[in-house]
Design a protein around this ligand. Structure first.
Ligand code: HEC
Length: 113
């Protein structure tokens, strides 16, 4: 086996390859963020700001809120439970995704029109 092949095998076995591919895939960030759309609106644009719109939020602010929800430092009705399901890396991807979006008018769900 060549040196390159051995290295590849080590990376594959350790799972490092899959991790770095996921982090580099913009669809991965969006699919994580999509779980938030139900309440915070499609692409993070909520109807009348309830719960708050996430599109265009400051990344650092949002990441801090998520960590505080997860660690029980910020009281919540829902978010402390929801935030528990994510690793720090995933929360950073989610915050980065919403920060990259432009705020805008929400489109209400068909049933709410
Ligand atoms: C079941 C509905 C629901 C889902 C799903 C949900 N949220 Fe929330 N979110 C809320 C509610 C309600 C609040 C207000 C705080 C509370 O009472 O929990 C909130 C508050 C927040 C806040 C604080 C906003 C601010 O301006 O301080 C952030 C950030 C946030 N959510 C991010 C997310 C992210 C990221 C996801 C997806 C991983 C998500 N939420 C999924 C309902 C939800």
């Amino acid at each position: 086996m060549s040196k390159a092949m051995t290295l590849l095998a080590v990376v594959l076995v350790s799972g490092g390859w899959a991790q770095s591919v996921m982090a580099a895939d913009p669809q991965y960030a969006r699919s994580l963020a999509a779980t938030c759309f139900t309440c915070h609106g499609t692409e993070g644009r909520s109807v009348n700001g309830v719960p708050p719109s996430l599109a265009g939020q400051n990344k650092d602010y949002m990441l801090k809120q998520m960590l505080e929800f997860r660690d029980g430092k910020r009281p919540a009705t829902i978010m402390h439970q929801h935030a528990k399901g994510y690793t720090n890396d995933q929360l950073e991807l989610i915050a980065g995704y919403f920060a990259s979006l432009t705020p805008g008018r929400a489109t209400p769900a068909p049933a709410a029109r």
